[in-house]
Design a protein around this ligand. Structure first.
Ligand code: G4P
Length: 299
């Protein structure tokens, strides 16, 4: 991960435009803080385009709010895209030229760098832009490993960077959201844990979608009761006539991921602003505690 960040920093001076791909369902949690830092430092000099990919899976109204939020933050361009509409993604080439107009009359190509944490759909986007199958697209995160230069039409060279995950996730909600969307490998997570997280959120944010998808007349307030109701509806009953909660958890996560429940966003700008305040407070308290412990040890 450090190697990838170092490579990005080294390559950036030669880059004319930075493209960051995020998952439209979790635009904040799928942003690598290191990338955000690099972008913040470089932004004065480079135009930045944020692609909110997989917008077909996200709540359109929340995606609109996210685009507004990002554009107000740092004057970057934020665009919802989906690989289901390749023509939408191809418009990126024109946008690069608009953002780097000095190259329109030059023979020198526009150097664009594309970044994104694994599973946001970066390889899929590169394949669409290049019209070839270049990077391996797979269902396990972190498939793209090598840095590569791709010559696109319209005199643009795309510098692909290896997918790299978060160095440290301070916001525990972000870890859950990354797991719910599948960005964190299924082998390192407990389905029950993330399904409880997702169920609690859906109950509060998308009650109607839950009712409709699982054909429930009413919704309980309690998450376990909700999962039991879903289990009874779907016939997830064990020998002892008890609801098989493990099976229900898998169903809930799979139906969220494949959009059967409907287009859903797991975070909004307002939620993140509040969480960031809480995270900062927790970091501050931890630093105070650590300092006090150090002092005691010294004594
Ligand atoms: P990465 O390079 O960022 O790691 O991601 P990659 O392109 O490998 O895409 C990860 C998964 O996300 C792939 O699904 C891909 O098809 C899917 N995907 C990419 N863009 C979109 C999008 O805009 N909408 C939707 N709904 N899905 C998208 P997979 O099931 O892991 O692989 P595959 O069976 O499609 O090959």
């Amino acid at each position: 991960m450090h190697k990838a960040q170092k490579e990005i920093k080294e390559a950036l001076p030669k880059v004319d435009v930075v493209i960051e791909v995020v998952d439209a369902r979790i635009p904040y949690s799928s942003t690598n803080p290191a990338v955000a830092e690099i972008i913040a430092k470089e932004h004065q000099k480079k135009p930045v385009i944020r692609l909110l990919n997989k917008s077909d899976l996200a709540d359109p109204e929340t995606t609109r709010l996210w685009c507004e939020y990002f554009e107000s933050l740092d004057d970057s361009k934020a665009i919802p895209v989906t690989s289901k509409k390749p023509e939408q993604i191809k418009k990126l080439l024109k946008l690069c030229h608009e953002l780097v107009p000095e190259r329109n009359t030059s023979l020198k190509p526009i150097n664009a760098m594309i970044m994104g944490i694994p599973n946001v759909g970066k390889s899929t986007i590169i394949n669409i832009l290049s019209g070839r199958k270049l990077a391996t697209v797979g269902n396990e995160p972190a498939v793209t490993k090598r840095q590569q230069k791709i010559h696109l039409d319209s005199n643009i060279v795309l510098h692909d960077t290896p997918g790299f995950l978060w160095p440290k996730i301070h916001n525990k909600n972000s870890s859950y959201r990354l797991a719910v969307t599948g960005a964190i490998k299924d082998t390192v997570i407990e389905y029950d844990d993330i399904a409880y997280y997702a169920a609690e959120y859906l109950l509060q944010a998308y009650p109607e979608k839950l009712k409709e998808n699982f054909k429930l007349d009413s919704l309980p307030d309690d998450v376990t009761e909700l999962l039991e109701s879903i289990g009874r509806r779907r016939g997830c009953i064990t020998g002892g006539k008890r609801v098989d909660i493990d099976r229900v958890c898998k169903i809930l996560i799979h139906e969220f991921r494949d959009c059967t429940i409907g287009p859903i966003s797991l975070e909004t700008p307002t939620m993140i602003e509040q969480e960031l305040i809480e995270v900062e407070e927790a970091i501050r308290k931890k630093a105070e505690k650590d300092a006090a412990r150090k002092k005691r040890r010294k004594k």
